[in-house]
Design a protein around this ligand. Sequence first.
Ligand code: ISL
Ligand code: CA
Length: 578
Amino acid sequence: MWWKNATVYQIYPASFKDSNSDGIGDIPGILAQLDYIESLGVDAIWLCPMYDSPQYDMGYDISNYEAVYPPYGTVADVEALIAGCHARGMKVLLDLVINHTSHEHAWFKESRSSRDSPKRDWYIWRPAKYDADGTRRPPNNWRGCFGGSVWEWDEETQEYYLHLFAPQQPDLNWENPETRAAIFESAIEFWLRKGIDGFRIDTVNMYSKPMDFPDAPVIDPNQEWQSASHLFCNGPRIHEYMREMGQILLKHNAMTVGELPHTPEVEDVLKYVSAKEEQLNMVFQFEIVELGTGKDLRYDTVPRNWTLPQLRARAQTTQRLMDGTTDGWSTSFLENHDQARSVSRWGSEATPELWARSAKMLAMFVASLSGTLYLYQGQEIGMVNAPASWPISEYKDVESNNYYNFVRQSTHDDPVALAKAKAALQHLARDHARLPMQWDGTAHAGFTTPEATPWMRVNDNHGSLNVKRQNLDGHSVLAFWRQMLRVRRTYPELFAGGVFQDTDPQGESLFVFEKLGAEGGKKLVVALNFTSETQPVDLAGRLGSEYKVLIQNGQETSLDELQAYEGRPLIMHRTSQA
Ligand code: ISL
Ligand code: CA
């Protein structure tokens, strides 16, 4: 099992590296940077969707699983990428988006062509409901993940189709075995035959819906559409589908990581990742990255709306799966293409010093948690959110735009509400992860050529925050990540593995936890300061006479205090307790 102790580097093709000056990142651009990726010390890459797509949701709306979006390149380019990674000893994971297709996929075009189409039942069609006064209504009150109703009316055939995401992302009907077979063949086996090593599986718990589509309980009577994630996540037949898909993946020895939103309970997570179930190898749980987001609507919140005890509790939840009592496995991550930058959320941008130190502290945090580690492009250089000065027009994401428009409409452009929405987006929007990668200090950060227009604006700070500069600096965030990954590889039984124990769950400033290796073996003590002030700590009381500092982001070696955002993983024998 190569993946247990592995680190996976996630690449967002549109924003990584543009090779032909059209302002859009592409596969040849990634190929040209494989040496850089290898230099980080990662074991695999996960490539976000590069399939053909009209790009209503950045490729998570696929119009042909067996073709590549032309601006990104060709199938041959992806084959070259697979070969290039394998030549460097790195595995390749592709993104598997099979809850829905694009409305431009041939399957959907056929499905919507008439009510008698042989593919009608490949998607989810339902008749309208009518009020007493004849007003047409969708089948139920569910709100989609991007806001609005999950039902879209089709004039032509006079029925609604289901879309949990944008209307351009109709949901496939997994109830139909013919549909499942087509998905497995076109989306999964086609690429496994090309030699990829596995998949990151999009929205893995949404494929089975309660087919009677009951209304969701009304939480907010002032709103037309109600949150229904508890109804469309982890539905009645989901584990039957998972086992069926699992057999195909197993046959190809493919590794899987499923995206598992809205599933906080360890018992429910375990149903997917228990080794004996043969469903998925691991999942992304959302407990940590959803900290501080709105309860009902993600962006209905204020920046930094979280406390350290909350973060600790959520870390504990994700770690429980790997406490030695289950046969499950999971992941550790702080960023991906749907999340704002971790330094902007949990670290500091107040000064260059605090920025660097907090980026390194967060690296120690995420790399010390059990599970397969995921590192998102740019995280290794401490990239941060877009500046607060940028206008809302720089935000391109469908979820951000829908939310902002929703606030505009529902408050009739109330300036206070709009300012709050903008502040929330500046803190949490998916756009921040999608700003172009900062390679150097030239115009457009070397992401594309100076004359070109990048599809998203490059962060204003790229003159000082870039790969080139950090490559030359032995104390950079980048150098630290390389060192951190080396340490993690050296002690797999304490970093990727080991039993997590929070030693003071109520602590508001310091996050001190332990990772226990085998009985009689070693233990890791990780002490992290999540504040911008020096904090007293009693490390001496926890350590035996013989301990080793593995890596550090401050100058001090005092056992009595941790400087602002200082972190220290220390290793010692389990038995040599003071
Ligand atoms: O369900 C959610 C909000 O109601 C989200 O947490 C959801 O799980 C998440 O947005 C799903 O993300 C994935 O699928 C989306 C795509 O836009 C994202 O980029 C992708 O990561 C639709 O394919
Ligand atoms: Ca390009």
